[in-house]
Design a protein around this ligand. Structure first.
Ligand SMILES: Cc1cc2nc3c(=O)[nH]c(=O)nc-3n(C[C@H](O)[C@H](O)[C@H](O)COP(=O)(O)OP(=O)(O)OC[C@H]3O[C@@H](n4cnc5c(N)ncnc54)[C@H](O)[C@@H]3O)c2cc1C
Length: 402
């Protein structure tokens, strides 16, 4: 008997989780599961934040995908060229086609510095860096070490970006880093955002705004970048404001994978239109979308995928059985925000509820505090790496999470 085919596009955080969850949930005598990814290397992306400050070494965030994916799934390492949904085929760059009955798209988002004039100009890798890629984070470490004074500009190009708190964390950790190495009085830290405040959600924005103020980090809001002027070392906004930099740490535009655009399936950022509750692709009945690749209005974060996974598995099984898609994702997100001094803030929210104060994960009891800077939250952030490698990407439960 020919087995039915489920193909998972992308073997990052989401692809890994589904490789484990689907093998456990489906009869593998009936179903064949294949993961396609361009790279055999898996990066623990939350660790990119810590590499420039020397807190993590590059090797701390890297593992082989083959060791992490479930051994009972087929692994194909190739660039995906396009999907032809009318044929239920995925084409690889060598022209071969793989037929699917059901598809899970989890190809994430990546930085696209070419979207802004001059960003990838002469100063890229010399005075203009990103920390959203492995290579960017590793080369930024040396630049931070050699930086002894001047304007450090931490900049966000446009939303949405993955882990939207990470640039704030970069600014807070820079303050801590330069205080520790004695150069803080010589370093002016600027935080430049296209948002009207420090963050998207009002109460959290107020808390983060106060942290910036207290750490003497100057915030520039509503800054929509038009260009990086490499000659004069300025970033220039469309309303003609200029901010000079000696070191620019930018989060470039985050875009979904190009093949989504080539397949004619995505929006202008190559994100997949997705039902925010069922996580089924809005225009395709046999396609689900997970993780950063969706256009749903929640944070792009590994923790989100953990909460999405069960919904997708249940709805996929319902779809196979021709039942209604009853499992609903509520937008649940939580993130730790490193604030320096070995402390962190924790936020927890969903589609309906903005981040607010309280205790987590046991309501009213804790032990972690929401929207409050504590040492235990920092320990939670540092424990996330262990949880990620050992539980999250293997699709296992996390203690107290629901
Ligand atoms: C600096 C930083 C800090 C972060 N901090 C946190 C945090 O503290 N907490 C948290 O929960 N999350 C954090 N995140 C976000 C988290 O890492 C991502 O949300 C998560 O990894 C997304 O998983 P994904 O599976 O959707 O995409 P990814 O893990 O990015 O996987 C996508 C996969 O698709 C593959 N792919 C893409 N296009 C193609 C193609 N054309 N052909 C073949 N393969 C392709 C890629 O190779 C990749 O393996 C952070 C991210 C960054 C960058």
């Amino acid at each position: 008997m020919n087995k039915k085919q489920i193909i998972i596009l992308g073997g990052g955080t989401a692809g890994n989780i589904f490789s484990h969850k689907l093998v456990k949930s489906l009869n593998t005598d009936e179903w064949e599961i294949t993961v396609i990814d361009r790279s055999p290397i898996h990066y623990y992306q939350p660790g990119f934040l810590f590499i420039p400050f020397g807190i993590y070494r590059p090797e701390d965030v890297v593992k082989n995908k083959s060791e992490l994916l479930h051994p009972n799934v087929n692994q194909v390492f190739s660039e995906i060229d396009r999907i032809v949904p009318q044929e239920n085929n995925v084409y690889l760059e060598n022209g071969s086609a793989l037929k699917y009955d059901y598809l899970i798209i989890s190809t994430g988002v990546d930085i696209a510095p070419d979207e802004v004039e001059g960003m990838k100009g002469d100063l890229w890798g010399l005075q203009v860096f990103d920390f959203y890629s492995f290579d960017g984070a590793v080369s930024l470490q040396m630049a931070m070490k050699n930086f002894k004074g001047g304007n450090l500009v931490v900049h966000v190009t446009e939303m949405p970006i993955k882990c939207p708190v990470a640039p704030l964390e970069f600014a807070f950790l820079s303050d801590y880093y330069f205080k520790r190495n004695g150069y803080r009085p010589e370093v002016n830290i600027h935080y430049v955002t296209p948002l009207p405040e420090a963050f998207t959600k009002p109460e959290a924005a107020k808390v983060f705004g106060n942290f910036l103020l207290n750490k003497n980090i100057k915030i520039h809001t509503d800054f929509n970048i038009a260009a990086v002027d490499n000659e004069n070392k300025n970033i220039i906004s469309w309303d003609e404001r200029e901010i000079p930099f000696d070191l620019l740490v930018t989060v470039p535009t985050n875009m979904g994978s190009e093949f989504i655009g080539r397949s004619g399936m995505g929006d202008e950022l190559n994100l997949m239109p997705t039902n925010q509750a069922t996580l089924k692709a809005r225009n395709f009945d046999n396609i689900f979308v997970a993780g950063d690749a969706t256009d749903i209005p929640t944070s792009k974060a590994g923790s989100v995928i953990h909460y999405q996974a069960e919904v997708i598995v249940q709805n996929l099984i319902s779809k196979i059985k021709n039942n209604p898609l009853n499992a609903k994702f509520d937008g649940h997100t939580n993130c730790f925000i490193e604030t320096g001094n070995e402390k962190a803030i924790l936020i927890d929210f969903d589609y309906e509820n903005d981040p607010t104060r309280g205790r987590f994960p046991i309501h009213g009891l804790g032990p972690m505090s929401l929207l409050k800077e504590t040492r235990i939250n920092h320990l939670g952030k540092m424990a996330f790496k262990w949880l990620y490698w050992n539980r999250i990407i293997k699709g296992k439960d996390i203690p107290f999470s629901s």
